[in-house]
Design a protein around this ligand. Structure first.
Ligand code: ADP
Ligand code: MG
Length: 682
């Protein structure tokens, strides 16, 4: 960067110590900081044809006063002034509140400019600003900055204009000229000027387009460089094993693999056999069969003399995975162990000792697996299931703890591509895009809570056929803050209702792990017919005989979460049902329910979820690991994101990027972010 831009803001003629103090409060110290402080929105005061203006939009019109203003007072200070105004061929009304003194300033036929909110139905503008004369010849588009303390938006505009006026020549281009030409992008200096002092909306669009590309390209370059550095620095072991024995395991499975499973297995094994460490994300919708893919990969590691760790977010899931893996591996003499919080004291010490000696080959547990003092003899493979909430930082920690083990992340939350290539941009991605044959589509209904009786008798019928049901509630117990169903109440209601006809179980996060264990066992062995639960069963739980999923207050859940919950049924051969009990008030709430009834495809849902919630919320709170872009928007600018990613991939892979002068500026930004010094991205 040009050093002159690092000069303090006081070097600007027109900014003194006092103003500088105000700017410091907003973390603006240098000229550069000031220039990089972008407006968060714009107000468009340019004249527009009324035909094009939407209801409730802010507009500015210039015209002639067409009727004597009439003024009404109500209360002591409040008043309302109205007059008719002729704008081109339109006659419209203007209302001004609490400005009685306007009355004498609006003679008939005089020219007036009014800015305000347009009521299309009443053909009326509620005036915010009135100018007694023609519109001034200034820019119609005004930037709005967020400001703190005594700083005003107008002040901010002035200071930034000063910076632009005095330092514009110092702003260097940071993109190679070939990209500017290829995509017809504005230069950085020009775009900065337009972002802060736009003259017309087309310019602004172009300036935005430039920064969107710049932000995406720089971000993707970092991700791709990180990927390259990780590959080169972290040499993994190229595992070797007997293909015949491995084949034997695969053919011992009770079903043939789907084509998608075969493909991802190939991708994973080829990583494991390579001298690089695997860093792969495996995406597959609920029920697509990720567990066997994990088992196959684990077995390859074990055949080569190594150990594997499988990490999951909940103990229930850990137990269930342990169960399936015991069964699959038993005939092959593989030692599988489960490490949960209930394994304590001597048992725990013994277990860890056996892990250390490689007497246990597969260890399953929650994330305590990598955080604790657990030592493996030859950890070759670390798999995490359903851990999509991990950010880049946590993924890095996992890689670091895992010595030089291969790492595989599995997730059933289909992540929209735009997010996947952003949040997981430094990883390789495998996708299982096919469900095992013969699966029936889960029928999904959205009903109002008033239909509860019919739903209860529906559950009766399913239970009478020998099937089981889940009933999900948002809360464990009653809350005075939220008027939503809680598991305790619903459990007692259902127990009373069933009146001994069937057994109702209760599951929630406050049970001890022994209690959870026994409830889950009762349910999976069909001793409990209906399981009332909070969302602890959201991920992974597998009870194929369960055919009905009822979700109370479904509008409180996001689409991806509803899809996860729905994925608990439809796991066997019987027709399954998902019933959403919801009475959403908001439009997006209604929209969500509707989408759920329309599609079973997790990828479609995730794209819609992203549109409805925005990228910040997609992964839930804070720890999402999503980057913050100043101008770019991953949802709306996804095309630019794809283009920038492709460019970044090609650049990082080319020799010239690492040598040629013309890429020096881009390279420097990577050094600047620490990636090329071995430190990594956060
Ligand atoms: P998920 O991807 O949601 O973790 P699972 O691995 O739990 O899915 O698999 C869901 C169910 O599908 C399991 O009962 C599993 O045994 C079964 N399954 C997996 N792969 C196949 C296949 N190729 N053919 C038939 N059933 C399969
Ligand atoms: Mg699973």
């Amino acid at each position: 960067m040009n050093d002159k831009l690092l000069e303090p803001v006081t070097h600007l003629k027109g900014i003194g110590e006092e103003t500088a103090g105000l700017l410091h409060d907003m973390d603006i110290y240098s000229i550069y900081d000031l220039l990089e402080y972008f407006p968060y929105r714009y107000e468009d005061n340019s004249l527009k044809d009324l035909e094009e203006v939407k209801h409730e939009e802010r507009i500015t019109v210039e015209g002639k006063v067409h009727s004597e203003p009439s003024l009404t007072f109500y209360g002591k200070k409040r008043s309302r002034l109205t007059f008719r105004m002729l704008v081109d061929r339109y006659l419209l009304s203007v209302v001004c509140f609490n400005r009685p003194y306007f009355k004498n300033k609006l003679p008939l036929n005089s020219t007036v400019t009014v800015t305000g909110k347009w009521d299309k139905h009443r053909q009326t503008i509620t005036a915010q600003e009135v100018l007694f004369g023609p519109k001034k010849e200034v820019s119609g588009i005004e930037p709005i900055y967020s400001v703190k303390g005594k700083l005003t938006v107008k002040g901010m505009r002035k200071f930034i204009s000063l910076a632009i006026g005095q330092y514009l020549d110092e702003i260097n281009e940071n993109l190679p000229v070939e990209f500017l030409q290829k995509y017809k992008l504005m230069t950085r200096a020009e775009a900065l000027k337009v972002i802060h002092v736009p003259s017309e909306s087309e310019d602004l669009k172009q300036a935005r387009r430039r920064f969107v590309y710049e932000e995406f390209l720089l971000f993707q370059l970092k991700m791709q460089a990180l990927r390259k550095v990780q590959r080169e620095q972290s040499k993994g072991d190229a595992i070797e094993y007997s293909e015949t024995m491995h084949e034997e395991f695969i053919s011992s499975l009770p079903f043939p693999l789907t084509n998608a499973q075969l493909r991802v297995v190939r991708e994973i094994l080829s990583d494991m056999k390579s001298p690089y460490r695997m860093n792969r994300l495996l995406q597959g919708d609920v029920g697509s069969g990720k567990t066997v893919v994990a088992a196959i990969s684990i077995y390859a590691a074990i055949l080569s003399g190594k150990q594997a760790a499988l990490m999951v977010p909940t103990e229930i899931l850990a137990e269930q995975h342990a169960d399936s893996l015991y069964k699959l591996f038993e005939p092959f003499g593989v030692q599988v162990a489960l490490l949960t919080s209930s394994v304590k004291g001597k048992r725990r010490r013994e277990l860890l000792e056996r892990v250390k000696q490689n007497e246990i080959q597969v260890l399953i547990g929650t994330h305590a697996l990598i955080q604790d003092d657990i030592k493996f003899k030859h950890l070759g493979l670390v798999i995490t299931d359903e851990q999509h909430r991990f950010g880049v930082g946590q993924r890095r920690m996992l890689r670091e703890k895992g010595e030089n083990a291969d790492v595989l992340f599995m997730t059933a939350t289909p992540i929209p591509r735009t997010l996947a290539i952003t949040a997981f941009g430094e990883m390789d991605v495998s996708i299982i895009d096919e469900l095992p044959a013969g699966r029936k589509v889960i029928e999904t209904y959205w009903v109002k809570p008033t239909m509860l009786d019919r739903i209860l008798s529906f559950i009766d019928k399913e239970v009478a056929k020998g099937r089981q049901a889940y009933v999900i509630c948002p809360l464990i117990e009653e809350s005075d803050k939220l008027d939503v169903q809680n598991a305790l109440d619903v459990h007692s209601m259902l127990s009373a209702y069933s009146n001994g006809k069937y057994r109702v179980g209760l599951m929630h996060g406050r049970l001890t792990s022994d209690e959870k264990d026994s409830v889950m066992r009762d349910f999976s062995e069909n001793h409990v017919n209906v399981l009332v639960s909070t969302t602890v069963v959201e991920v992974g739980v597998n009870v194929p005989n369960a055919t009905t999923m009822v979700i109370y207050d479904a509008e409180r859940f996001g689409l991806s979460q509803l899809h996860q919950l729905r994925g608990r049924v439809g796991r066997g051969s019987e027709q399954s049902y998902c019933i959403l009990l919801a009475d959403p008030k908001s439009e997006t709430g209604k929209e969500r329910m509707k989408i759920m009834t329309e599609t079973n495809d997790g990828f479609v849902l995730s794209e819609r979820d992203l549109e409805l919630r925005g990228p910040g919320d997609f992964f839930g709170k804070k720890q999402s690991g999503m980057p913050v872009f100043k101008v770019a928007d991953m949802v709306h600018d996804y095309r630019a994101l794809e283009v920038a990613r492709q460019d970044a991939v090609e650049l990082v892979q080319s020799d010239s990027f690492w040598k040629d002068d013309k890429y020096a500026v881009l390279r420097n930004q990577l050094y600047h972010s620490g990636i090329l010094d071995g430190e990594k991205l956060d």
